[in-house]
Structure formats: C-alpha cells, structure tokens
Design a protein around this ligand. Sequence first.
Ligand code: BG6
Length: 491
Amino acid sequence: MMNNNTLNATNILIFGATGDLAKRKLFPAFYNLFIDGRMPDNFNIIALGRSDHNDEYFRNYIKVNLEAFSRKNVTAEEWDSFQSHITYFQHQLDDESSYINLNQKLEELDSQFGMRGNRLFYLSIGPNFVATISNHIKKTSLASQADKDRIIIEKPFGYNKQSAIELNQLLSETFEEKQIYRIDHYLGKETVQNILAFRFGNSIFEPLWNHRHIESVQITVAEEVGVETRGGFYEQTGALRDMVQNHLLQVLCMVAMEAPLSLESDEIRDRKVDVLKSIRRIPADKVDYYAVRGQYGEGEINGKKARAYREEEGIAPDSNTETFVAVKFYIDNERWQNVPFYVRTGKKMKEKQSYITIQFKPLPHSTFSDTNPLSANRLIINIQPLMDIRLQFMTKKQGLSMALRPVEMIFDYFACKEDTPEAYETLLQDALEGDLTLFMRSDQVEEAWDVVTTIQEDWANKKAPFPNYDAGSWGPKESFDLVERQGHTWA
Ligand code: BG6
C-alpha cells in the first residue's frame, strides 16, 4: 500500500477509543486516509480504553464498525494491511501508572520506527476529563517534544467562557498553542471550506457581500436524529453548547469574515476572531427577544412515531435542556451594520438539512407591473445532505408576454465528484501535517463563549415551558416569530 512518505512516523493515541465518535468517525477517517495513501509510511493507532480487550477483539470491533460507517468499502486486502497498525491499550484516565505504562509502550513502538515518532493525542472524551489527561501527560513527559507532539481536543471546549479560559491556561502548561488542535468538524466539511473559495476566489459576489445589498443571512442546521445513545452527555450540554457556540458561530464567521491577506493559518483565524469580537452581545435583559429555545415533544418523523426528548434514554422526566435554539445576531462593523444573522439548529426536526441563505434586498423600484411580483434574489449554500450552491433570480417566462418567474442556477458538488472526503478525514490529515488553519485557536473559543454567555446564564436561571415543539416539525412557534417580527421568513 502506498503511503505518504513526507510525513513523520506517528503514534496516534485515541482516548475514548471505544466511544461513539471513534467508531463512527475517527477510525473510518483514518481508514479512508490510509486507502488514499495519505497516512504516514510508519504509524500506529493506539486505542485507549478502560476495558480489558486484546488486539484481536478490538480490531474485529473496528472492522464491523468500518463496514457500517466507512465511506469506502472495506476490502480484505486493505483491511489486512490497515489492521496491523491498530493496537489496543488498557488505560485508566485518572491513574498515573497507566500513563507510565503508556510511555513504555510508546518507547517500544518508537524503537520499531527506529526514531522518536510524532505523537498525536486525540481526546475523544467529555470536557471534564481534559484537565486530568493533560496533567498526566505533563507529569509523565508523554509529550515532551513541541515540534513532534500534538493534541486534538473535541468540542465543546469547556462549559462556558470561564472554564474555557481555565482549560486554555491549563493546556498551556503542557503544550504550546501550535500543538493544540481544537476541533470543530464543521470547518472540515467540504461545503464549509468552499465558502472561502466562493467568496474570495470570485470577483462578482464580494462587491454585493455587505449591508447595502444583503437584507439578512440565515444559517440552519436541522437534524432528524434525536439524542440517540448520548442522553447523559446531552443533558449536560444542550443545543446552545453542542451546536451554536461552535459549529454555527464558525459557519457564521466564514460568511461574515473579511478577506484574509493569505491562507496562513493565523491570518485566517485572526479574521474569524474579528467577526466574533464584532458580534453584538445580547443584553442580559433582552435574551428572550433575541434568542429562542425549544425541546421536542412527541411527534412523527417520516411517517414513524417519534418519542419526546424527556422520554429518551438517560433524560430527566422534567429536563430543562434545550434541543432547539434560534438566535438573531448583529455584527457591528462597517460591512454588516443592521443585517440580522439568524441562526437555528434543532434535533428531531422535519428533515436533515444544513444550509446558509443569503437574502438580498428587494429592488428599490420595479419596472414590471404589480401582476408580476418580483422575488428578491437569494443565494443558498447547501452544506448537507444536499451539497450545492443555488442562485435564485428572475427571468422572463417563455412566451409572447413579458411575464416573469423565479428560477435557480445550481452548482452541484455531486455532479463534479460523488465521493467527497468526510470532514474528519480533512481535519485528521491536517493534524498529521501540522496545519492549524481549520482548528480553533484559544482566543476564538473564548470569544465564541463570550457571544453566548448572556443566553447561557439567562436559560440556566429560568425554567422553560418545555416541550414546545413536536418532533418532526421545524421548531417552536417563537422561532418563526423571531424572524417574522422583522418581516422575514425562514427560507
Ligand atoms: C456534533 C454534535 O458536534 O455534531 C452532535 O455533538 C450533532 O449532537 C453533530 O449531531 C452533527 O454533525 P453532522 O456532521 O452530522 O451535521
């Protein structure tokens, strides 16, 4: 199998290797990178877990999951060569001797490489374990080489601004900022990365990309799934922390940022931080006006009865956790003054659909009669499962009279290439290569928490009238009121 011989030999350590993310996303991503020849010539994946498994058992477990979740087929030959890179290592997160043993294991693996390999620590565990792991890594000098060792941390990064600051501080005692990869997988999605190309690689959109021409921006991330087996995690998290503070705000930054001077990672991240800093903070006494929360009750999705959130596994019968959020943000800068940015996300909604709508202003004056109502132009960037860009505009209907109708011009990714890499493939490859561009810097995470702080505090202190939307709907009525109040509609 061909591999990437420009990458250093690497030991990849996955904390939480028996968890959901590892089986659905991480192992499939490594496997696909491997098939594409993008893994280093020499690498090991060391799967860390509490249970006592042997390599054979764990490799089989991974194989079954690859068959279910891998983008590419699992063939006998490719699997055979991939599996030899996987090692299971029994490990207790809070036990120092476990880390000492791990160090020995790494030294053994390094001696097989014939050199001190790079070390990539992937923390696929809840935020409350990050400090413990980081402290142990420091004490046992597991990550002693700043140029070779990297740590990837899953979101949510902390619980709020203060805990994120503390976590950043603590991590900085063990790692330099250039070693810390705070992952937000939305940034790895092909369609999200394309926003940069679309905006700054063309001359025709950018002149219109401002408050003079744009009426509103909407970002919707709707999911059909509920909390599935993650009830315990989700009860502590809720949609604001799980989706808005990270994924939705990062997408918003891509839409709103100024042109970076180069593709240098800090330059791009600086421009994103500018946006986060310019987002108008919602006053503590106006949270109800700008933000809506919801929780699904029973309903029907695709003709099947769907349970209420409070009836899901691991959820309190009187849970106050939100499964839906809609917020209206403003960005106080020259480009975006007074343009509402509406964002919404929810679980168990009518369908899985993530998209951005750029709603242009209506014409100030129409040449056409009242019988020919004009729809204002709209640009829709479909993130998933549709992956396309649609420009809506008016044209003449074919025929003898001058009658108009709206039409769409579509750029469809699938028409170009059906097989798009998964977000985790892109991000893991970047981490192996040491490219931080698509990862969040400490100040980005802290600013993003700052943006939602008043909402978090207000909601934590008040009981909500839950459930307030049916599973299989588009969310609570208040979410529609939020946009309609200003003469807008969710597009
Ligand atoms: C994760 C959230 O970050 O993103 C999940 O924790 C959510 O709750 C998921 O379901 C959505 O990701 P995607 O790529 O399926 O849109």
